[in-house]
Design a protein around this ligand. Structure first.
Ligand code: SF4
Length: 228
């Protein structure tokens, strides 16, 4: 078993946050009417993608009726439609659709994860839940992605969670869609790109448009071309 696979299995079995585990299981039991005939996953969600990825995308948390239902990050909801379409356009995914774990989606040179692995009520994890999940799951996950050179943080909470892992002790950059941060690492720089999260709150209001979002992934592609 690979190290990443082992970490995924540990994540799936985690019970460290009673409030979040109870919420995910309740949602999985009650279900949304339109998915009443489906078996919800209901467990914590691991990352997904290429273990040798140089691009790592970090979101907030699984959606209650999206990944908490399908069992794969950003799968089965509108945020995922935006994300995998953008990854496909930039050549990181073999297809734009993400419908379920058996839909044939494959990522190449890209890996998608999130700072909190259980769906939180109102998409708002408590600060202790956030810290615990990052320490237990995101830290070892990122350590195992040894080829990662470009990170995309989707939203401020992802930036807050990711920044101390990328640049411990350094002042966190302020959040601005499209911002690029260069970190001097060996054997070449590591990059952090900031993007609005493709949540309906942002996409329905026009705060985040498709060209704005696609631009982040084409910038990542361009940086990887120049990165040793
Ligand atoms: S949020 Fe993270 S640490 Fe908390 S129960 Fe879920 S997987 Fe475990």
């Amino acid at each position: 078993m690979t190290e990443l696979r082992r970490l995924h299995e540990l994540t799936h079995a985690c019970e460290a946050c009673p409030r979040l585990r109870a919420y995910c299981l309740r949602i999985a039991r009650e279900k949304r009417r339109s998915y009443a005939d489906q078996e919800y996953w209901g467990k914590p969600i691991s990352g997904f993608g290429d273990p040798l990825a140089r691009l790592v995308v970090v979101g907030l948390a699984p959606a209650a009726h999206g990944a908490n239902r399908t069992g794969r990050i950003f799968t089965g909801d509108r945020s995922g439609d935006w994300l995998y379409r953008a990854l496909h356009k930039a050549g990181f995914a073999n297809q734009p659709e993400a419908l379920g774990r058996d839909d044939g989606l494959r990522l190449q040179d890209a890996y998608v994860t999130c700072v909190v692995k259980c769906a939180p009520p109102d998409n708002k994890p408590a600060s202790d839940e956030l810290k615990r999940c990052i320490a237990l799951h995101l830290v070892p996950e990122l350590e195992s992605l040894s080829r990662a050179r470009v990170f995309i943080a989707l939203g401020r909470i992802a930036l807050d969670g990711l920044w101390p892992l990328l640049a411990p002790g350094e002042p966190r950059p302020s959040f601005r869609h499209g911002a690029r941060v260069r970190l001097d690492t060996s054997p070449g720089p590591t990059w952090l790109l900031l993007s609005y999260h493709p949540s309906q709150q942002n996409t329905f209001t026009g705060r985040l448009t498709e060209p704005m979002f696609d631009g982040i992934f084409s910038a990542a592609r361009e940086l990887l071309r120049k990165t040793p």
